[in-house]
Ligand binder design. Structure first.
Ligand code: NAD
Length: 334
C-alpha cells in the first residue's frame, strides 16, 4: 500500500514514523495540501492521507481516480471536506479516525474558556513588557455559571464533565441525539431546544460536527438569542459560526468574549506562517483585532496522545483497506 500523505508537518512525520513498524504501508510525506493542482502528485499511490483543510471535492476526486487512487484515509474525525457521494461514484473508499483522545480537545476548550474569561493571554504579554497593572484584566468565577454545550458526543460530554465536576458549573446541553445516561453521570442536563440553551447560558461551547444542518448554527438570529455578555467558544469547525454576524454582534458589544480554534475560511491561512505576509481576509483580520477575541490556529488536537492515536488508527485503516478493501471506520454518504 503506497500512500501520499498530504499537508505533512514535522509532527505528523514523527508520529507516523514512530508508529509504522512494518513495511506493508509505505508513506510518502508531501508538504503541500491536496487540491486540484496537487492531486496529480498522488499518481502511483493506492491511497492519499489527508487532514482537515485538504480539499477532496468532485474535481479533486476525479483527478485522484484518474491517477489510480482507491482510498482516502482522513487523519481526523470530521469529513466535511470530502464529497462522499462523488467518492463513492469514483469507487474511492473513505475512512477516518472517529475518536482520538477527546481529552485533547476537551481540555483545550476548558483552557480557552479560562483564557478569555481570566485574560491569561493579555497578562502574559503585559508582564513580558514589565507592566504589572491589573486594570482591564477583571474576570469572573466559573463556579455557578451556566455553560451550554452544543453537541454532546465524545468531546462535548467530556468538556461538560470537566466543567461540571471540576469547576462546579451548571452545565446544560443541546443535541439532536441526546446521550441521557452519560450526561446524567457527568452532571449535564439537557434542554429541549437550542434557543433555551442560548437564552440561559453564560458560556456557549460548540461541539457538533459541520454538516448542512449545522452550517452557521450560530447566525444573526441565534446570536441575538444569547445573553448579553455571553462567552462563545468554538473548537469544533469554523463553518458553525456565521463570521459576519459574529463581527456585527461583537461591534454592538453584545458578546462578552470569544475563543476560536477554528474559522470558517481557515484553509487559506491556518497551519501556515503569514507573519511576513499580508492577510487579505478582512473578516479574519477584524476578528484578530478585537480586544475580547482570542484565536488559535486549529491546535486543540495537538497533543502527543492524540497524534499517537491518529497515527495508530490511520495505519490500521490503511492496512485493513489494503487487505480486504474495507475498514471499521469507513465513512459512507448519507
Ligand atoms: P461526535 O460525533 O462524537 O459528537 C458530535 C455530536 O454532535 C453528536 O452527539 C451529534 O448528535 C451532535 N449533533 C449533530 N448535529 C447536531 C445539531 N444540529 N445540534 C446539536 N448537536 C448535534 O464528535 P466529537 O468527537 O465529539 O467531535 C466533535 C467535533 O469536534 C468534530 O465534528 C470536529 O469537527 C471537532 N474537532 C475539532 C478538533 C480540533 O482540533 N479543533 C479536533 C477533533 C475534533
Amino acid at each position: 500500500m503506497k500512500v501520499a500523505v498530504y499537508s505533512s508537518k514535522a509532527y505528523d512525520i514523527d508520529s507516523f514514523n514512530a508508529t509504522n513498524h512494518d513495511d506493508s504501508v509505505e508513506m510518502n510525506f508531501l508538504k503541500v495540501g491536496l487540491d486540484e493542482k496537487t492531486a496529480a502528485l498522488a499518481a502511483g499511490h493506492d491511497a492519499v492521507c489527508i487532514f482537515v483543510n485538504d480539499i477532496a471535492d468532485a474535481e479533486v476526486l476525479e483527478k485522484l481516480s484518474e491517477n489510480g487512487v482507491k482510498f482516502i484515509a482522513l487523519r481526523c474525525a470530521g469529513f466535511n471536506n470530502v464529497d462522499l457521494k462523488k467518492a463513492k461514484e469514483f469507487g474511492i473508499k473513505v475512512a477516518r479516525v472517529p475518536a482520538y483522545s477527546p481529552e485533547s480537545v476537551a481540555e483545550f476548550t476548558v483552557g480557552m474558556i479560562m483564557t478569555v474569561v481570566r485574560k491569561y493571554h493579555k497578562a502574559y504579554n503585559r508582564v513580558r513588557e514589565g507592566n504589572f497593572l491589573l486594570d482591564g484584566l477583571l474576570g469572573f468565577n466559573l463556579s455557578g455559571k451556566t455553560v451550554g454545550i452544543i453537541g454532546t458526543g465524545r468531546i462535548g460530554l467530556l468538556t461538560g464533565k470537566i466543567l461540571s465536576k471540576g469547576f462546579s458549573c451548571n452545565v446544560i446541553a443541546y443535541d439532536v441525539y441526546p446521550n441521557a445516561k452519560a450526561a446524567s453521570e457527568y452532571g449535564i442536563k439537557y434542554v429541549d431546544t437550542l434557543e433555551e440553551l442560548l437564552k440561559t447560558s453564560d458560556i456557549v461551547s460548540l461541539h457538533c460536527p459541520l454538516m448542512d444542518s449545522t452550517y452557521h448554527i450560530l447566525d444573526e438570529k441565534s446570536l441575538a438569542q444569547t445573553k448579553k455578555g455571553v462567552v462563545l467558544i468554538n473548537t469544533s469547525r469554523g463553518g458553525l459560526i456565521d463570521t459576519a454576524a459574529l463581527i456585527s454582534a461583537l461591534k454592538t458589544g453584545h458578546i462578552g468574549a470569544v475563543g476560536l480554534d477554528v474559522y470558517e475560511k481557515e484553509e487559506e491561512y491556518f497551519f501556515g506562517d503569514s507573519s511576513s505576509k499580508i492577510i487579505y481576509d478582512d473578516n479574519l483580520s477584524r476578528l484578530i483585532s478585537f480586544y475580547n477575541v482570542f484565536i488559535t490556529g486549529h491546535q486543540a488536537f495537538l497533543t502527543n496522545e492524540a497524534l499517537h492515536g491518529i497515527a495508530e488508527t490511520t495505519l490500521c485503516n490503511l492496512k485493513s483497506l489494503s487487505q480486504d478493501g474495507t475498514s471499521e471506520n469507513l465513512v459512507e454518504p448519507r
